[in-house]
Ligand binder design. Structure first.
Ligand code: GDP
Length: 139
């Protein structure tokens, strides 16, 4: 099934000069980028994006981190792209992520884990619309 997903190169990765590394892996794995821009979220914007995690103990820290510097947001499109991209990212905790995944290779912390990817079609739809309008997504 053709899907879209929201991908983020998080502030830790932008600061460490890993934008190119992540994009190279997307392209090498045939994950098509149909929208892309840089954003610098403020705290309220990060809280809105992670609203589903409001009750989690790491919510405050996570939203402070996500508003600590610029991030690159992208829309990826393709067959089963949600699962394919999550596979490429690796598990949330980089220590548990499979060899060769982005998080296993580059994450330094369970929170500063380099990349974000939507986990289901419903969350993808919300997350894409949080950053992009329809004119910003290439057909
Ligand atoms: P994801 O879908 O793999 O990004 O994971 P989640 O949706 O569960 O969590 C969202 C983000 O919160 C993760 O990517 C991490 O940046 C952060 N996070 C998850 N679990 C923890 C945790 O136990 N502690 C901290 N500090 N951050 C966490």
């Amino acid at each position: 099934m053709k899907e879209r997903t929201l991908a983020i190169i998080k502030p830790d990765a932008v600061e460490r000069g890993l934008i190119g590394e992540v994009i190279k892996r997307l392209e090498a794995n045939d994950l098509k980028i149909v929208a892309m821009k840089m954003v610098y979220m403020n705290k309220a914007q990060a809280e809105g994006f992670y609203a589903v995690h409001t009750e989690r103990p790491f919510f405050e820290s996570l939203t402070t981190f996500m508003s600590s510097g610029p991030a690159v947001v992208m829309v990826l499109e393709g067959e089963n792209v949600i699962g394919r991209y999550r596979e490429l990212m690796g598990a949330t905790n980089y220590k548990e992520a499979a060899e060769g995944t982005i998080r296993r290779e580059f994450a330094t912390d369970i929170e500063k884990n380099v990349v974000h990817g939507s986990d289901a079609p419903e969350t993808a739809a919300f997350e894409i619309s949080y950053f992009f309008n329809s004119f910003e997504i290439v057909d």
